[in-house]
Design a protein around this ligand. Sequence first.
Ligand SMILES: [Zn+2]
Length: 189
Amino acid sequence: MSAAFGIKKMRVETRESPVHGTGVFAAERIPRGEVVLSIDDSRIVDDEHPMQEALGEKPDHCDYLPDGTTVLMATPEHYINHSCDPNVFAYSVCKRRFAISLRDIAAEEEILWDYSIGAVGGDVWTCRCGASNCRGLHKCDFFALPEQRQLEYLPFLDPWFAQLHEPRILDLLRRRAEPLAAGEVRQGP
Ligand SMILES: [Zn+2]
C-alpha cells in the first residue's frame, strides 16, 4: 500500500494515564495484527546532534535501536507506557519501525508495550503497571525475562533485534528443546 502503508493518522490519542503520567490510548477499536502507529526514528541523538534539554528533550524519551543508534522518540510514541501485559509490540521493516497490536484493542484502551521486548542491559525499576502478571522488579532486558516469557514473546520480537541476538535466541530454543528430546528418548521403546 502507498501513503505510509495506508496507516490511518489518528488511531491513537494522548491523555492522562492511570499507569503513569501521560499515556497513549486507542481512539478506535484496533484488531489484532494491525499497525497502531508508525514510529518516527528520524531524530538521532549523537555527538553531532546532542540532546537539547533546553527545548524539552529528555533522556527518558530516548530509545536505543538494535544497531546502536540512539533516537529521541517522537510524539505520541514516547508516551506509550510499559506493561507486563502489553497490547502492542515494535516491528521493523528495513529499519522502519511500527507498533503492531498483539491482540484486539478496544477503543479507549491504553496502548502499552513491554519495554523488555527488544532490549538488553537496560534500566531496572519496580514496576507498578497493575497487570495481573506484573513481574514486580522490571529489568529492561529480554534475556532477563523468565524463559517461559521469552518463549511467549518470540513471535513479537523485532526481526532486527532477533537477527542481532540470534545466538542467544538459538540457545534459548536449544535449552527448551533438550528436555523434550530427552523425554522422547525415555519414552521410546
Ligand atoms: Zn508490571
